[in-house]
Design a protein around this ligand. Structure first.
Ligand SMILES: Nc1ncnc2c1ncn2[C@@H]1O[C@H](COP(=O)(O)OP(=O)(O)OP(=O)(O)O)[C@@H](O)[C@H]1O
Length: 287
């Protein structure tokens, strides 16, 4: 075994997630020294194995959590476990970050996270899949050190820690266009009820536009309404997500061109936001 199981990072409905240290890095240089390992007893690991195949196919997208492969282990009680080796998100989930801020995140950060979320969703949709469970709990934050260019305008340069958001938990993902079988004439539901699009609840429909509704719900504090106190751009962005008529709901690519996200990551733009009253405004308590 090249890695050793560490403390529990989280518990899901289908699996446990542990911190893992690589024990013999020379045997596989591709593995980082720390990983997250999502594990389940082998007899319950069909979904996890499906998730591993999907994540391996999505490995070239920087907005999706990376998977380094799978491994089988025999645990102390003799039971065989299936393990999926993942990039470790040291910043926890976006939900954790929102909770730690209390009042909500600054708008410049929301724009940046929303942009990477949409880039990840656009990639998934182009690959012909629907995530089906986009929510802050499934957006994991990786922490990187970067130069702070806004400081260099004052003649000083500083290294700052910045979080990058990546989409995780593909346990419910499905192929676009593939219908979920109804059960006892009722639509089959998947995902988290509070975030579900109207067409999913009413007709069990999970096509790419359902992922866009869930982006909007996360943004608007889990109710399909536009919260007060948003900037005009944020408000308009939400109105393009929370549209019941599927023909009018914007796609991920259309939203990437929306002014709310198109200028995100632009240092000068962020500096301008930071120097206006909008900087003290938080975009709802979700984001
Ligand atoms: N790559 C990671 N790095 C750090 N922590 C992680 C990582 N992946 C998952 N976690 C933690 O483990 C928890 C459970 O993970 P995940 O949601 O993938 O499991 P699941 O069984 O598919 O859950 P669910 O029942 O919610 O679908 C997450 O909420 C998160 O706190």
């Amino acid at each position: 075994m090249m890695w050793r199981r560490g403390k529990i990072l989280g518990k899901g409905g289908s699996a446990m997630v542990y911190l893992a240290a690589v024990v013999s890095p020379t045997s596989n240089d591709l593995l980082p020294s720390l990983m997250a390992v999502k594990s389940a007893p082998f007899y319950k690991s069909r979904c996890l194995a499906k998730e591993e195949r999907l994540l391996s196919d999505f490995a070239d997208c920087p907005h999706i959590i990376r998977c380094f492969g799978e491994d089988l282990t025999i645990e102390e009680d003799g039971e065989q476990w299936y393990n999926m080796l993942l990039e470790h998100a040291a910043g926890g989930s976006l939900a954790d970050r929102i909770q730690s801020f209390g009042r909500g995140l600054p708008e410049s950060e929301v724009r940046r996270f929303t942009k990477s979320l949409l880039m990840g969703i656009s990639y998934i949709h182009k690959k012909g899949y629907v995530h089906c469970d986009i929510k802050p709990h499934n957006n994991m934050l990786l922490v990187e050190e970067k130069d702070d260019f806004s400081m260099s305008l004052n003649g000083k340069r500083k290294r700052v820690q910045e979080s990058t958001a990546k989409i995780a938990d593909f346990g419910l993902a499905k192929r676009a266009g593939k219908k979920l079988k109804a059960k006892e004439n009722k639509p089959r539901l998947r995902g988290t009820a509070l975030y579900m699009a109207p067409e999913s609840i009413l007709r069990g429909e999970y096509e790419p536009h359902a992922d866009i509704w869930t982006v909007g719900i996360g943004f608007s504090e889990k109710v399909p309404e536009i919260p007060s106190g948003l900037s005009k751009e944020a408000e308009d962005f939400l109105k393009k997500c929370l549209v019941r008529d599927l023909r009018s709901r914007w796609t991920a690519d259309m939203l990437l061109g929306h002014p709310f996200v198109s200028a995100a990551n632009n240092a000068l733009h962020n500096l301008l936001i930071a120097s206006t009253p909008a900087s003290v405004m938080s975009v709802s308590s979700y984001f």
